[in-house]
Design a binder for this molecule. Structure first.
Ligand SMILES: [Zn+2]
Length: 163
C-alpha cells in the first residue's frame, strides 16, 4: 500500500507523483453527507513548481458518491471529477501573502507540511464538490414529493441548517 502521508515540499521539489484508489467508506467526514458509503475515489497528485517559484501540487479526484436527494430523500449518484492546483505555503501568514500576490482564483494556497495527509486533501476536495442541495432532475417513480406547495420535509430543512 502506498503511503499517503508525505512531505509535500519535498514531493513538489522532486516533481514526484502519487496516485491511488480509496474506498469512500474510509472518509469519515465525507460519509456524513452521503446516502451510503459505496464507491471509490481515484486520486492523483503531481508535484511541481508554480511559475512564481513556489511549490505547486496538482490534485485530481475522480469517482462517484451517493448523495441524498433533497426532494425525495432517495439516493442520488453524484460524479466527482475535479482537478485543482494547490500552492504550498509554510504557514498561515505566508499563505495569505501568497494568496494576495498571486490573485488567482483558480489556485488554492494551503499550508504545506512535512507530514501532509494526501487523503485529507482528497476528502476536502470531494466535500467542496458536493452540491448544497442535491436533487434528481426527475425523482424516481413512487417517491414522495416534498415540493410544489407542500411543506419541505423536516429532514431537508435540518440538512440545510447543518450545511
Ligand atoms: Zn429525488
Amino acid at each position: 500500500m502506498t503511503t499517503t502521508i508525505v512531505d509535500s515540499f519535498t514531493f513538489c521539489r522532486l516533481g514526484e507523483q502519487a496516485s491511488g484508489e480509496t474506498p469512500v467508506a474510509q472518509f469519515a467526514r465525507l460519509q456524513k453527507d452521503l446516502a451510503d458509503s459505496s464507491g471509490q475515489l481515484r486520486w492523483r497528485f503531481t508535484g511541481g513548481r508554480h511559475p512564481q517559484d513556489l511549490p505547486q501540487l496538482t490534485m485530481a479526484v475522480e469517482g462517484e458518491v451517493q448523495l441524498v436527494c433533497q426532494r425525495c430523500l432517495k439516493p442520488l449518484a453524484h460524479p466527482i471529477a475535479s482537478e485543482t492546483v494547490l500552492v504550498l505555503a509554510h504557514d498561515d501568514a505566508e499563505a495569505d501573502e501568497i494568496e494576495a500576490r498571486l490573485d488567482d482564483d483558480s489556485i488554492d494556497v494551503i499550508v504545506g507540511s512535512v507530514a501532509q495527509d494526501f487523503l485529507q486533501l482528497v476528502e476536502d476536495e470531494a466535500l467542496l464538490s458536493l452540491p448544497l442541495s442535491p436533487r434528481h432532475a426527475v425523482c424516481p417513480e413512487g417517491a414522495p414529493s416534498v415540493e410544489g406547495g407542500k411543506a419541505e420535509s423536516p429532514f431537508a430543512v435540518l440538512k440545510q441548517l447543518k450545511s
